[in-house]
Design a protein around this ligand. Structure first.
Ligand SMILES: Nc1ncnc2c1ncn2[C@@H]1O[C@H](COP(=O)(O)OP(=O)(O)O)[C@@H](O)[C@H]1O
Ligand SMILES: [Mg+2]
Length: 269
């Protein structure tokens, strides 16, 4: 059986999670034929634009309707709810030639519908079984970790930019991941827009905290221009700094060859 890898991209707001998720998606689809599911788990839903795709339905909107139906007493049996939700989520799946995409969106309404959340987690777990790689662009908040909606995450990527807040958020995310006993095979840090003269210092600080800096994405003017024009990161020149840097990060994470992936998964963090 082939290995299945689930990767979450986490970190403080604005550090570059969506950018890095889109760059990794581009590299994996350009360089491999691996089955890839990309999930936008941030309710703000910036990832579709970065990937240049259109999304009609989110899981959140489907779940909201299910909640209303439960409140109205439309559903009687447990099985019915799970089936309905599962069926509809397959409808929300956007199938592209090179990867599939799912937007989690947000559920509306007061209070926590833990039942619906639990169903969503189960369905996402089941869905990701069908893909070699599931890549999730997470929200800035830490609640996705404490609610354990990504239980089977293998690799946690924490993105930091050159700010104290991003660094402190990275340590908090790591601690929280441990507290809720999410079993990460590996937790790594990607530095985004870190000035070259800060790199060594950051690497050492992270190492002292037991965190590995796997790579850096430089500040890229071409990326800024593309973003400003509303273009996807697939339209960015392959020679641009950010694309080249994400290529070597993908390689290092073992996303481009099965052999490295197996080695990576054999490695305990
Ligand atoms: N390396 C980079 N070079 C230039 N612009 C970047 C870079 N990384 C991120 N950005 C820009 O910074 C903004 C925030 O990035 P984003 O990926 O949306 O952050 P997050 O998803 O963590 O909130 C976006 O406008 C993005 O285009
Ligand atoms: Mg984002």
């Amino acid at each position: 059986m082939r290995e299945r890898l689930v990767i979450s991209v986490s970190g403080k707001g604005g550090v570059g999670k969506t950018t890095i998720s889109a760059l990794l998606t581009r590299i994996v689809t350009e360089k491999t034929k691996r089955d890839l599911l990309v999930v936008d788990a941030d309710p703000v839903m910036n990832l579709p634009r970065a990937l240049g795709i259109e999304v009609q339905k989110s899981v959140g909107s489907i779940a909201t309707r299910l909640r209303q139906d439960i409140d109205n007493g439309t559903y009687s049996g447990e099985v019915a709810k799970q089936d309905v939700l599962e069926g509809e989520i397959f409808e929300a799946l956007v199938e592209n030639p090179k990867f599939d995409f799912l937007a989690m969106g947000r559920t509306e309404g007061e209070g926590c519908y833990c039942y619906v959340n639990r169903l969503l987690t189960q369905i996402l777990d089941t869905l990701s079984q069908n893909y070699e790689i599931t890549l999730m662009d997470m929200s800035a908040g830490l609640e996705h970790l404490s609610r354990r909606t990504n239980r089977n995450v293998d690799v946690l990527i924490i993105v930091v930019d050159p700010s104290r807040a991003a660094y402190e958020a990275a340590l908090r995310i790591r601690d929280l991941a441990k507290e809720v006993h999410i079993e990460f095979k590996k937790i790594v840090v990607i530095g985004n827009r870190i000035p070259p003269d800060m790199e060594n210092d950051l690497r050492m600080k992270l190492e002292a905290e037991g965190l590995e800096l796997v790579g850096m994405i430089p500040s890229d003017e071409e990326l800024s221009r593309a973003n400003y024009r509303g273009e996807s990161l697939f339209e960015l020149d392959g020679k641009s700094l950010a694309v080249k840097a994400s290529d070597s990060i993908a390689e290092k994470l073992g996303l481009l060859s099965e052999a490295t992936l197996l080695r990576l998964l054999g490695q305990e963090n």
